[in-house]
Design a protein. Structure first.
Length: 176
């Protein structure tokens, strides 16, 4: 590691070849998903490269690199779980609202909130919920990035959620 910190790329190659199997195995055991494991694996070696000059010789390399691996894994899981919680909750709320609107007699549970959305928000929701497109596919259709398509849908769902809270209160009053 000391040689790599000083710029020796052959030393990096030796470290990589020697430890890649253990690190990747650790990630697969924890994540049980090849795509996620590969993503975190790349992150680990990027962080290793960035931190190479901070490496202290009094710390054995393997525990040091596994500390980087564990931290990268924890960061990945936090981001993934936060995203999944948000998307799952948001999608479930919109789907539940749409199902209730369809099952109620006409005029009793109107979807008036869609008119408050922008055209791009309505289009993105249609792609996501009616056509079942992924964020990447939505981005391609809307000629934007996947992150931007996710953000458009997220904003639309938040807007609808605010309207649903008001509708739920009005709807409950009508039946009392």
């Amino acid at each position: 590691m000391r040689a790599y910190a000083e710029g020796d790329m052959e030393a990096f190659e030796a470290l990589y070849q020697r430890h890649k199997g253990r690190i990747y195995g650790f990630l697969m055991k924890k994540l049980k998903n090849q795509t996620e494991a590969e993503e975190v694996f790349q992150t680990i070696f990027s962080k290793l490269h960035i931190a190479r000059k901070k490496y202290r010789q009094d710390i054995p390399f393997l525990p040091w690199v596994f500390t980087i691996a564990r931290n990268a894994l924890v960061d990945h899981i936090r981001k993934r779980d936060a995203y999944q919680k948000h998307v799952t909750t948001s999608e479930l709320a919109v789907e539940t609202y749409a199902e209730r609107a369809e099952s109620e007699p006409a005029g009793q549970f109107e979807i008036t909130g869609l008119s408050s959305l922008t055209e791009s928000q309505r289009q993105a929701l249609d792609y996501r919920f009616n056509q079942g497109l992924s964020f990447a596919e939505i981005a391609e259709e809307m000629q934007t990035s996947a992150d931007n398509s996710r953000q458009i849908i997220s904003r639309a769902i938040r807007k609808l959620r605010k309207l649903m809270v008001g509708k739920e209160i009005d709807h409950e009053k009508n039946y009392k």
